[in-house]
Ligand binder design. Structure first.
Ligand code: C5P
Length: 410
């Protein structure tokens, strides 16, 4: 974790006494560490101790001109590559779930785009309370990872679940989440979201893609150190940390953006749901039903859109024997029938190196969901079926596979 930037948000709870040890574990692993404390946390652990161990001033107040002058809360949020919340008290989790930003730690937690790892610690009854469990479920849904709590004897005298995980275990989890720098120096292009094809001044033809999968793929590549360009069709998702985003609307605009950004890319991942057809004659005014005969339907002629993925693959120079293709191209296939056979045909037809296939009929998978159950098919005939996983984890598996393809001699 040499040089990696970890922000430690410390909540108010007795487990804060383990925080100095956690800082030491992270520092020993090579991290740069900064600490942000809630008011209550400062009652449990000395800011002076944390300042001495991190070698950085401790951040506590949103309203202190002096502190904001040194490093503002947004700067701190942007600085972090990982935010570790330890201990994550019941109150802090509730405020995170509610989107509060009334003090420095919560404002930073709301502003950061870095991955969040929470280490809860509290009395067992507080942990098991439906309010806390609902907050945890909501935060998990939003992508917050959790480490612990562990079971055992609690500082309050109760036995049960509520102990903060040990500093060494938390540092190891942090290392996993920070990931490797295995894509350092590589330029990566990702497409995401569902294109919109204009019908008239107010109407579009769209699809149900949320963009979540492609955004997770872009975020993971950035975490691994790649220079990432994300060509995004309309979707309401925040741009992941360290990613350059190019917004487009239609398939034709996406094709232009891909053509402009693909040169120099080592890997292109096309997860966008691109419309296969577009209205032949988009109208600049709003089509009005009054213009049509009473009870008449509206006939829309559709033209075929170019297949951006197939075009990109066809334009690639042939790879030298034993060398990986440049760029490595990954396609997606959302199928509703004969998943494997249809996906295999698609892989061959489009000429990509890897195809991520999912069955959109499965409940909870695919469109709009936070999870996905996919099969990774490669051009050599291999198929790897992954269990249903959060999209961030599917993205991590995908990049592991791509990294293998990039190794020379394969
Ligand atoms: O043919 P189908 O739409 O199922 O193929 C899906 C894959 O092809 C995705 O990777 C998608 O981004 C890409 N695609 C494309 N251009 C199109 C249609 C699909 O790049 N016009």
């Amino acid at each position: 974790m040499n040089g990696r930037r970890v922000l430690l948000v410390v909540g108010g709870g007795i487990a804060a006494y383990k925080v100095p040890e956690l800082v030491r574990a992270l520092r020993q692993a090579g991290c740069q560490v900064r600490c942000a404390l809630t008011e209550a946390a400062a009652a449990f652990v000395s800011p002076l101790v944390l300042q001495s161990l991190t070698g950085q001033p401790v951040c506590r107040s949103l309203l202190s001109a002096g502190e904001e002058g040194q490093i503002g809360h947004i700067e701190l949020a942007d600085w972090a590559e990982l935010v570790l919340i330890a201990p994550a008290s019941a109150d802090l989790l509730a405020r995170m779930a509610g989107g509060h930003a009334g003090d420095l730690p919560t404002a930073v937690l709301l502003a950061t785009r870095a991955p969040l790892l929470a280490a809860p610690a509290m009395n067992v009854n507080m942990w098991e309370h439906p309010a806390t469990q609902a907050n945890v479920a909501l935060l998990r849904e939003r992508g917050v990872r959790f480490a612990g709590p562990e079971s055992g004897e609690l500082a309050c005298g109760w036995q049960g679940s509520g102990r903060m995980s040990e500093p060494g275990a938390l540092a190891a989890q942090a290392a996993l989440l920070l990931g490797t720098r295995s894509l350092a120096g590589a330029r990566v292009l990702v497409t995401a979201g569902g294109t919109r094809e204009r019908l008239d001044a107010v109407r579009v033809l769209a699809n149900r893609s949320s963009g979540k999968m492609g955004f997770a793929v872009a975020a993971e590549a950035a975490r691994r150190g790649a220079e990432v360009v994300l060509v995004a069709a309309p979707c309401a998702l925040p741009t992941p940390a360290g990613v350059r985003r190019v917004d487009v609307e239609s398939a034709l605009e996406m094709r232009e953006a891909v053509r402009a950004e693909a040169p120099g890319a080592a890997v292109v991942v096309m997860s966008a749901a691109v419309a296969d057809f577009r209205p032949a004659r988009p109208q600049s005014h709003k089509i009005k039903k009054e213009e049509l005969a009473e009870d008449a339907g509206l006939h829309i002629e559709l033209l075929r859109n170019p297949d951006i993925l197939a075009e990109l693959c066809a334009a690639r120079p042939a790879a030298a024997p034993g060398a990986p293709p440049v760029p490595i191209v990954v396609g997606f296939a959302a199928e509703s029938r004969d998943l494997l056979a249809a996906a295999r045909r698609k892989l061959a037809r489009k000429g990509c190196d890897l195809l991520v296939a999912n069955d959109i009929r499965q409940p909870g998978g695919g469109f709009e969901s936070d999870e996905n159950a996919v099969v990774l098919l490669d051009a050599a005939g291999g198929a790897e079926e992954l269990p249903r996983l959060p999209k961030a984890e599917v993205a991590a598996h995908l990049w592991d596979r791509v990294e293998k393809l990039r190794e020379p001699g394969l």
